[in-house]
Design a protein around this ligand. Structure first.
Ligand SMILES: [Zn+2]
Length: 254
């Protein structure tokens, strides 16, 4: 399984980084997780044909995770994609995503390809060759889904935006890697948790309890002025495995 990050910040963008989104690739199958920034450009840069990627997972309907959905679909329409596109998300996100598309005059049945909505709070989907995708609820300020992607050789869990979550620990138990948000330092744990976010130390605690091999940190709130390396050190205090601050566009073999 290949894991490639396109952005790793929280809602606030910087000159050289943008909102969290990433791709998971297994042989010829590929998934895009969250729609922010310039998703078609991201896929093209890593050699994935936008006419061919298999599914988009939307974790929740906050702008930094979903704002680029209309331009992604517009690109697919203009490129006359034929292959159906699965959009996998919870029900609240489905409603907001459809409203967002409609706002930009992208209506059901338009264009050359169907969108197949796969929606629910607790769902599994195994129609992508070589991959199994599961969504599960986490603890954020609106309905938000964590996700697990499993292949024959590896499994990856993404916390999305969440305060510390028992469900993430359960889903990540025995997984190969955990991608967990670390919105800030544990000095700010109370406010982070009240806002439905986790500290880097808490991300490490979750990874340690789950027993994963590798923890990728993401969703940094750059307003706090913390260097990612500081958050990495904090997570490493509570997690004995490997903590990685993802490099954008680097291919991580899971
Ligand atoms: Zn959020």
């Amino acid at each position: 399984m290949k894991l490639i990050f396109f952005g790793t910040t929280g809602a606030v963008q910087t000159a050289d980084n943008t909102n969290i989104s990433f791709s998971v690739i297994e042989e010829s199958a590929s998934i895009l997780v969250d729609a922010s920034g310039s998703p078609c450009q991201y896929l093209l840069r890593i050699g994935v044909a936008v006419s061919d990627f298999d599914a988009l997972i939307l974790t929740h309907a906050h702008p930094d995770h979903m704002h680029a959905l209309p331009v992604l679909i517009q690109n697919l329409l203009l490129k006359k994609r034929q292959k159906p596109l699965r959009i996998i998300c919870n029900r609240t996100t489905e409603i907001k995503a459809k409203q967002l598309l409609e706002l930009f005059f992208i209506l059901p049945g338009m264009g050359t390809f169907p969108i197949e909505w796969v929606c629910g709070g607790n769902i599994t989907f195994d129609q992508i060759p070589g991959m199994r995708v599961a969504l599960f609820p986490v603890n954020h300020s609106i309905e938000t889904s964590g996700l697990k992607i499993s292949t024959a050789s590896a499994s990856l869990v993404f916390s999305s935006d969440t305060a510390p979550s028992e469900r993430v620990i359960t889903e990540a138990s025995g997984a190969t890697a955990l991608v967990h948000e670390a919105t800030g330092s544990d000095r700010n744990r109370i406010i982070l948790n009240e806002d439905g976010h986790s500290s880097a130390l808490q991300a490490g605690e979750t990874a340690e309890k789950a027993g994963v091999d590798t923890l990728f940190l993401c969703h940094f709130d750059v307003r706090q002025g913390l260097l990612p390396e500081e958050l990495q050190r904090e997570a490493q205090m509570s997690f004995k495995g490997k903590v990685i601050i993802p490099e954008l566009y680097r291919v991580y073999e899971i």
